[in-house]
Every structure is written in C-alpha cells, then in structure tokens.
Design a protein around this ligand. Structure first.
Ligand code: ZN
Length: 692
C-alpha cells in the first residue's frame, strides 16, 4: 500500500518489487559459519590502500582514488552491486543480527521493544515452520479471488488487500501525502502502480534486450501462478493476458523523467470527482475496506493512469482480472512463504534482472525485514550501541558550516536577482536538519507479533504501517517524522517537509570518521550534507518554497538562468556510457548530478571556512586539498554487475559512482589546482559547469 516517499535520497534502493530488502551484504566464507559482529569494525574514511597511485589523477580521478578498492572488493555472490556504502550497510546488518539473536531469546525481563523485534526475528528464522505452512498463508485470499462473481467485488477486496501489502503492485497504490499546495495539510493519495516489471519502459521498448526481459517475465508469471495452484497450461495462457493487462497500465503511466516535474503529479480532487474518474470502481466500498470510510480529499497522481484502470474494468474479462490479482498476491507474498516461492521470486527479480549469483542467507533477509517493519524499534538498539553524542555534535556543526557556505554563495551568485535571492535565503534558513534518529520513537505496541506465525507478522506489520499512513489524514502534520530508519546507510531531502535527514547509519566510518581530521570528513560527509541541501534548489526541489508548498518563487529571468546552467550539467552527463552502448539518461539524473556538483563545492567552502587561520599540514604525502578530494571520491568506490547497471540505467536517478566523482571534479578548478592538472586533460573541462 505504501506509495514511495517523494524523497530525494542519496542512493536509490536496489530492489524494485517483491523483496524490498535494501542493498547490503558480504560473501559467506565457505569454510566457517558466519557469525554476528560484536562491534562495528573500523575502516578509515581516507584509505591510501584503496587508491591506485599508478593512475594519473588528472586522467581518471575515480580510478586513482578507488582503484585499490575496486580490485580488492569483488561483488559478493548475493549482491548485484558492491560499494563502500553497501559494505557499511552490511556491517550494520551483521551487527544488528547479534542484537536480534539476543532479543530473540525468550527470556523473562525482555523490554517490550526487544520482545517485538526478537519474536519477529525468531518467527522469520523458523524456516521449518515457514516450509510447513507452504502456500497456506495465501489460502484465504486465493479463495476470495476464486469466489468473485463480478468486478463489483473488486474494490472491497483491494481495500483490504492493499492494507497488508508492501508495494503498489496490485493495480494502484493508496496512502497519504502532504498536499503539494498546502504542506501542513495531509490528504489521501491514489498513485499509479500495478506493474510487475521495474518500470513502465520495460513494457514499451522494442529493443532485443527488452523483448527478452518480457519473455522471461512471462515464464516467471506462469511459474508463480502454477505455484498458486493453476495447471501449467492455464498459467501460461494467463501470463500472456497479464502482460497485455499490465502493458495497458504501463502505456498510461508517466515516464520517470515526466515524474520529476511535481506539477505532473498533483491533481487534487474531492470524492465525487474521484468517483467520476472511475465510474466502474466504487470508492465507497474501497475506502470502507481500508478502514477510512470518510476520506474526502485525494491527490490522484496520474489521471491518465486511473482512466486506464477504468478502461480495464470495462474491457477485460473477469477471468483475466482474477489471474492478475492472483499473480500480484503471490508475487507480493513470495518472500515470506516456503522455499519454492522464495526461489522462484529470486530467480527472476534478483538472478535474471540484477545478475545475482546466490541468494542472501536467511538471517540477512530477516534482519532487513525487521528493519523495514519495526525499524524504529530496532533502531533504538542500533543508536544506543553505535551513535555517540560527540558524533552528533560534530556533524550538526558541520551541517551548520555547509549551510553558511550556501548562504554566502547565494548572496554572491552573479546570475540570480535580489528578489529570488531573498526567497532562496528564506528557504535555506527554514530547512530543518535531522541528524541520527528521531526525537520521538514510533510506538509499535499495537502490532501483534507471534513467534509461530511469520506470514501473519509481516501482514500485521504491513497493516499497522498502512493504517498509520492513513490516520495522518486531517491531523496536524508531524514534522518530526523520519522516512528512513536509523541504521540506514543513506540520506535524503524531503521537499515538502523542507528537511534534510542523516540517519546514524550514514554517520560512521568509513564515511564520517571521528578519528580523522577535517579534510576527508568535509570531502565525504560534508559533501553529502551539501548534496542534500542543494536538492532543495535542484530542478525538482526549487519548485517548492520555504514552507514546502509547490509554488514558483523564481523570477522568470532567474528561472531561465537556472535552466541554462542545469542544461550544462545535463549535456555533460549525457555523454557518459553506463554499460554496453547505454548512456546516462541525464534528464533523469539531473537533480542528483547537480546535487553532487553543488554539494562538493559547498563542502569545500565550508571546510576552508572551518579551518581558516589553521596551518594545515600534508599527511602521508598528500596536501590538505588533495586529502579533501580523495576523501570525497572514496565514498563512491563500487563494483556493479552489468545486469544491475542495465536496470539502473532505466530506473536509477543517480549516475554510476565513477561519474558522480569524475563528472564533479572535472568542473572544479580547485581540483585541477590541487593535483596540478593541465588544461586539456580529461579531468579538466574547458568550460566547467557551475550552478551554486
Ligand atoms: Zn540525492
């Protein structure tokens, strides 16, 4: 049911459907059993061993900074992608594994929070019970679908079903959102969804690879339907019809680039209007089933999509509808069912689409699921054991420094007029910084967790979260809420909240490193802070004002000046090849590319201001400026499978790590000076792009 947060994150999470299990892990040494980490290991945020000094930094700075890391860190078999961030996330997971094993001991005296996360984890780890249950957890819903006599029963079924679901794969997504025109007001939202492939493009592209993906998808859908009890021949026929059904929805869905324009996603309607959009779908029945019968105001993010849903309701026969519902039910639940379901789900979404060789061990999947479903309970344990007050204080101070740098930049911008500057400064001063963890923890005490009912636990946690979302409608907005859990190794900006968020998980070595000096810390964490900050002013974020309302506060001339400068970045990144002959879709990655460039520049300024008057020394043969840039580059070291690169080329708004570094430094004369690069070298662009 959850509609994806409209957040601008530092990274896109890797999984697209079914298993939303994050991005971490590491290879299992085959000769000894894996064990939890007792404490977090230390890797410095600037690591000379991760470099390849045989490369000329002015030719390929990413290879120079990350060459050693790339060589020493092959992609583990259960990963699509391996990176400094992914490795740290894996360490967090290994550390949390130990905490969960301890909490899972049914000892008297466990705190209520420990009991919940411990029992959930124990139920998830009880593979024998999950195996024994087989497809039984699906039985009641499969029966309901089988007994449907007409599509008039669909709204009530979907309303109930959506509550327990973790994605928006079944026809559409439904939840709540801040009103784009009035950020203090929370309204309901019906969002486009309904697809089984990672993006609408997969249904419409005609190249050889896309045709192959659709063939494999057909086989996968048929296999899952067969697992749900259909005879193989029927399942095959149904798969064809499901693909045609989803293709109609896909064609009516906006592209990812179109979705970057927030005006394309804002259509506020009252209940009568919503009903008029889909005469064949009774919203009264749907809303009653969700437990929110009196909702009155809705955002329909994509009107053409709802029109396509209406068309399907009148044009497609009941048998196809039932097959479609069955497929999405089985696909959504597969990760929580017996091995046959888990394996089939893995084979298509992870092995074929992303190139994984092996499945993640069960403990790892279970830790991820606790983090997803009870994340602020698990997060309390994480914060207590890893996040000290000193780190919070230093990163809060660093954030203030980067904000001061942005303020002086805005004041000095030659291309922005006084009127827009005043508004921009107002927005900058209003941004709320959230560091580490929420002030108030989410209370999960109403979620019933049973040690012997894993599928039930997942469903009840899903219902809790969906209800929590819907219950926000009409109430005062909770500005303290977080969209990421504390152990998450990521960060985000939310344009409607106008806040930047840095979970405790991203403020540890080798990212923020309390043992090292300012140069690599500003290069790494400082640039991340700057990155999130500038999202408030990128092609998407600049359309929201200081209050988080969608409102154009730019003068026409200044807006055009911004577009011109952004186009410089877009043209630059459009030249970079991701894999095969696929180049970066730089209209999709524009906001992130602009944030990487602006964020690094602001961090550089903030570092200079923070160390003003200090006599900085060279360390290990590197000047302070060189250490700033190498520290910056080393957050992005990564290896990625070609399959994963292909999916990301379509779905990921971030450029590959190599270009997130080389694309930035090539635009910075300060970099060229630090490494004595000459004009004409690859890391020195003749006409650098600069926005902030
Ligand atoms: Zn970002």
């Amino acid at each position: 049911m959850r509609i994806s947060w409209k957040l601008t994150v530092l990274f896109a999470t890797a999984m697209t459907t079914g298993v939303a299990l994050g991005r971490a892990t590491t290879p299992a040494p085959s000769d000894k059993p894996e064990r939890p980490l007792a404490s977090m290991p230390y890797t410095p945020s600037l690591d000379p061993a991760a470099m390849d000094k045989s490369v000329d930094p002015c030719v390929d700075f990413y290879a120079y900074s990350c060459g050693g890391w790339i060589k020493e860190n092959p992609i583990p078999p259960d990963q699509a992608h391996w990176s400094v961030y992914g490795k740290l996330a894996d360490e967090n997971v290994r550390f949390l594994w130990g905490a969960l094993e301890e909490a899972a001991q049914p000892k008297p005296g466990r705190l209520p929070v420990e009991q919940q996360i411990g029992d959930y984890f124990a139920a998830c780890m009880d593979e024998a019970a999950v195996e024994k249950a087989g497809a039984a957890p699906l039985r009641a819903e499969l029966d309901t679908i089988a007994k449907m006599r007409s599509l008039t029963e669909l709204p009530a079924f979907l309303g109930k079903e959506h509550l327990a679901m973790h994605g928006s794969g079944m026809l559409f997504g439904f939840g709540s959102t801040q009103d784009a025109a009035d950020s203090n007001s929370v309204i309901a939202e019906a969002g486009a969804g309904g697809l089984g492939l990672p993006d609408r493009d997969y249904y419409v592209k005609t190249d050889k690879k896309s045709v192959e993906v659709r063939d494999k998808y057909l086989a996968h859908v048929a296999e899952m339907l067969a697992l749900s009890g259909e005879p193989a021949a029927t399942a095959k026929k149904h798969a064809q019809k499901i693909l045609a059904f989803e293709t109609t929805l896909a064609k009516a869905s906006l592209t990812r680039v179109e979705r970057r324009n927030p005006y394309n996603l804002y259509h506020k309607v009252d209940r009568a209007k919503l009903q008029a959009m889909t005469p064949s779908f009774k919203w009264d029945a749907y809303l009653t089933a969700t437990g929110s019968p009196s909702l009155s105001t809705f955002n329909v993010d994509q009107q053409a999509f709802l029109a396509a849903v209406e068309k399907q309701l009148t044009a497609v026969d009941l048998d196809t509808w039932k097959a479609y519902l069955r497929w999405h039910l089985v696909s959504d639940r597969a990760p929580y069912l017996s091995k046959a379901f888990v394996d089939a789900d893995f084979a298509f979404y992870s092995k074929y689409l992303r190139g994984l060789v092996a499945q993640r061990p069960r403990w790892k999947r279970c830790v991820h699921m606790v983090d997803r479903d009870l994340g602020e309970a698990l997060g309390q344990v994480f914060v207590k054991k890893t996040f000290g007050a000193d780190v919070k204080q230093r990163t809060v101070a660093m954030t203030a420094g980067v904000e001061r740098a942005m303020e002086s930049e805005i004041r000095a911008l030659p291309w922005m007029g006084a009127k827009t500057k005043e508004q921009a400064l107002g927005k900058l001063h209003t941004i709320v910084n959230k560091v580490g963890y929420p002030d108030k923890w989410r209370d999960y005490s109403s979620v019933k967790i049973a040690r012997d009912d894993f599928a039930g636990d997942v469903a009840r946690a899903g219902i809790f979260e969906s209800r929590r979302e819907l219950d926000k409608v009409g109430k005062p907005l909770d500005r303290g809420e977080w969209g990421m859990t504390p152990p998450t190794v990521n960060a985000y900006y939310n344009p409607q909240m106008n806040d930047i968020n840095f979970p405790a998980g991203v403020l540890q070595p080798p990212l923020f490193d309390a043992k090292l000096d300012d140069a690599p810390n500003f290069g790494n964490t400082g640039a991340t802070i700057g990155h999130e900050l500038t999202h408030g002013f990128d092609d998407e974020g600049r359309q929201f004002d200081a209050k988080g309302n969608l409102r154009d506060w730019w003068t026409k001339e200044d807006g055009a000046q911004f577009e011109k400068r952004a186009a410089c970045v877009s043209d630059q990144y459009a030249q970079y090849v991701i894999v095969d002959d696929i180049k970066i879709n730089s209209k999709l990655t524009l906001g992130e590319d602009v944030a990487d460039l602006g964020g690094t520049w602001l961090a550089y300024l903030a570092w200079k201001a923070a160390t003003h008057g200090q006599k900085l020394q060279a360390i290990g043969g590197f000047s302070p400026e060189q250490r700033f840039f190498v520290g910056m580059a080393q957050w992005a070291c990564e290896n990625e499978r070609p399959e994963d690169l292909r999916v990301n080329a379509v779905t990921n708004p971030h450029s590959p790590g190599k270009y997130r570094i080389n694309g930035v430094v090539a635009n910075m004369p300060e970099f060229a000076k630090a490494f004595a690069c000459r004009a004409g070298q690859p890391m020195v662009r003749a006409t650098p792009c600069k926005i902030w």
